[in-house]
Every structure is written in C-alpha cells, then in structure tokens.
Design a protein around this ligand. Structure first.
Ligand code: PAD
Ligand code: ZN
Ligand code: ZN
Length: 375
C-alpha cells in the first residue's frame, strides 16, 4: 500500500483525562517496528471495559489513551520478521495475545499469555507508543487501542480471519462474545442439564447466556436491575429473569431459594464487589462454581468468608473467556459463519465512528447491548 513505511495521519477518539468526553483528533501512527503489525480498523464495539478506561476506574491506566478493543480490521502493513499475517488480511486484534512461547501459552489450560497488557502499560513491548497526538505519545488499551482509524499491535496480538466475515458482527468475537461464551464453555465447563445464574445481562452476560445454552443448561436465570434487559435474555434462552430491586431480602437468598440451595454455575458479568460476593453465595455448597468476569474499579477489594470456599464452592476468574486467542478466534468466526450462534441480537446500535460519544451514552443509560462503530 502507498502508506507502507510512512507515518499515517488519521482520526482517533482520544481520552485526554478521566471523565471527559472523547475528543476526535488527528493523530500520527508510526510504521510498525519488527514483529509489529499496523492495522486499519473497520468496525469496533463499545464494551463496558472501555467505559472503565474513560472514567479512570482502572488504576494503572495512563492518559492520554485511545480505548477500544473489540475490533475487526485489515492489515495495512507489517514490520520486519512478521510471518503470521500479511498486508490485506482481514484480522481481529487480540486483547489477550498468544505468543506461543511463554508458560501460559504452553500450558494446555491457560490463555493468559505473558505478552498481555491487562495491567495497562498502554505501550508497545519496547515501552514506547506508535501513536502520537499534538506531539504527545498516546497510550492504548489492552495492547490494541481501536478507537482510531489505524493502530499498531504486536504480532502475537493479531490473527487472520475469514475474509468474507462481516466486520460489524465478528468484531464482537474480539472481546464480548468470546469472553462470555468462553466463560461458560471453557472456564466453567457448564454441563448439560445444569442450573446457571448470570448476574448482568449486558454484552458479556448475554454472551455467557449463549454459551450456557449451547452447553445444554436446563435452567438459566438472568439477574439484572434493568428489567428492559429481560426480553432479549429470554429470546437468547434465559428460562427466568429476576430483578434484585423487586425483593427485600438479599438476592443470593432469593436465588438459592429458586435453585434448591444454589446454582451449579454462577457468572458475575457486572463488575461490582457486592454482585461478585452475591454470585459466589448463589452457588451451591459442595458443588457450585462461580466465575468472576466483571472488572471492578482498580481500588476495590473483595472480602470473603473463607467458609464459603471450605464448604466446597469453586471461585474462578475469566479473562477473555479462558480461550487461547490465536487458536480459537478464527474458529469462532468460522462457527459464526456456519451459523452455530448468532451475534445479531447483541448488536443494538450501529454508529459512524464520529458518534462514539453517543455510543457511550447509550451504554451508560442502559439502552444498548453493543453499539458497533463503523469506520
Ligand atoms: P454492560 O454495562 O453492558 O452490562 C452490565 C449489566 O449489569 C447491565 O445490564 C446493568 O443493568 C447490570 N447491572 C448493573 N449493576 C447491577 C446490579 N447491582 N445487579 C444486577 N445487575 C446490574 O457491560 P458489559 O456486559 O460490556 O461488561 C460487563 C462487565 O464485564 C464489565 O465490568 C466489563 O469491564 C467486564 C469485562 N470483562 C472481560 C474479561 O475478560 N474479564 C471482558 C470484557 C468485559
Ligand atoms: Zn471488552
Ligand atoms: Zn504467550
């Protein structure tokens, strides 16, 4: 491409400081260095984790920052020694990379590649950024930073997908869908006939629901304080939905009452300490598993009665649904293309990139599941 090897000037949504609207700015995107890939973003969903970034809830996140991480893109150019992808490939950037060499990559049950940027340095491996705005280096989120027309990612953090895949749907496989679905099938390993409880019916919770349904759960109880989320949850397979605000007693007592003492599997897809504790308490002693997916504000801590664990509950956490990203993302795209699951129900709004702040308002007001930005 004509831009290969040159600095690209393009538009990006920059967060200069926490709790300020994103500012659409011209940025410069440097060419990729060795083992890096410059990609042109085609579509990007807005995930609640992006909202945590712009609100400044993630304590390590540095500003200015370009958030956005649930994307589909096309390779514009590659740095030296890149073999995994080439110019023109349709790709999904990976919020959890798969370098193939670290202990986690080599471990059959781990997806937490050490090249991840989950603790938010916001920089490339050499501790610099390829993105600048008004002369200042700009950080990225989760090693991606996709609220921009172009960005640069590590080779370990990008994978080729089917060129025919619709970017405005499969971008969700870059975060929300895979995280929820994988939490059910890979982390919890939900068994057929089981009872599942899902706290939070946003993009992550509904994707978890799809996973529980595919795994053959007999009962799936959705929990949300926004009853407007219930209709879609039921369409996707929830057998019951409950609103904690309809009860005076704690929601875990309500749920244990509904499930003969507790569920087989519970999933926290919200990100508050209280709902994490409720999710654990809603799992059955001796056999229940609780999976924490929601991301809490950086300074919050869970305080637990250890007896909850001693009495035989299992507490697990999920990052990107526990799936090995390079191995599984292209397969999930292929499964989507083969209609094994549907992503349409998760996309409530499709907006031009410039309307990004409207997309965040829809999320904050509980009006959207996923808004997908088109570039
Ligand atoms: P979302 O805002 O679309 O959904 C959250 C849902 O929770 C909404 O429907 C709310 O109404 C509901 N809710 C809020 N408070 C309560 C409450 N007290 N009780 C019951 N329901 C409530 O967010 P999302 O689905 O995009 O993300 C959910 C969380 O998952 C969020 O914390 C995000 O940061 C995290 C996440 N984690 C990973 C990971 O890999 N672990 C990946 C992506 C997102
Ligand atoms: Zn996300
Ligand atoms: Zn690795």
């Amino acid at each position: 491409m004509a831009t290969s090897g040159k600095v690209i000037k393009c538009m990006a949504a920059v967060a200069w400081a926490p709790k300020t609207p994103l500012s659409i700015e011209e940025i410069e995107v440097a060419p990729p260095k060795a083992r890096e890939v410059r990609i042109k973003i085609l579509a990007c969903g807005i995930c609640r984790s992006d909202d945590h970034v712009v609100k400044g809830l993630l304590s390590n996140q540095k500003f200015p920052v370009i958030a956005g991480h649930e994307a589909a893109a096309i390779v514009e150019s590659v740095g030296k020694e890149v073999t995994a992808v080439k110019q023109g490939d349709k790709v999904i950037p990976l919020i959890v990379p798969q370098c193939g060499e670290c202990r986690c990559c080599k471990h059959r049950n781990s997806n937490f590649c050490i090249k991840n940027d989950v603790v938010n340095t916001g920089l490339m491996e050499d501790s610099t950024s390829r993105l600048t705005c008004k002369g200042k280096p700009v950080h990225t989120f989760l090693g991606v930073g996709a609220f921009t027309e172009y960005t640069v990612v590590n080779e370990a953090a990008v994978v080729k997908i089917d060129a025919a895949a619709p970017v405005e749907r499969v971008c969700l496989i870059g975060c929300g869908f895979s995280t929820g679905y994988g939490s059910a099938v890979q982390i919890a390993k939900v068994e057929a006939g089981s009872t599942c409880v899902i706290f939070g019916l946003g993009g992550i919770g509904l994707s978890t629901l799809i996973g529980c349904r595919v795994a053959g759960a007999a009962r799936i109880i959705g929990v949300d304080v926004n009853k407007d989320k219930f209709a879609k949850a039921k369409t996707l397979g929830a057998t019951e939905c409950v609103n904690p605000r309809d009860f005076t007693k704690p929601i875990h007592e309500v749920l244990c009452g509904m499930t003969d003492g507790g569920a087989d599997y519970t999933f926290e897809c919200i990100g508050t300490i209280d709902t994490m504790t409720s999710a654990l308490k809603s799992s059955h002693p001796g056999l229940g598993t609780c999976v924490i997916i929601g991301v809490a504000a950086g300074d919050e801590r869970i305080s637990l009665d250890p007896m909850l664990m001693i009495t035989g509950r299992t507490l697990k956490g999920s990052c990107f649904g526990g799936i090995k990203s390079k191995d599984c993302v292209p397969q999930l795209v292929a499964d989507y293309m083969a209609k094994k699951f549907n992503l349409d129900e998760l996309v409530t709004h499709t907006l031009p990139f410039e309307k990004i702040n409207d997309g965040f308002e829809l999320l904050r007001n509980g009006k959207s599941i996923r808004s997908v930005l088109i570039f």
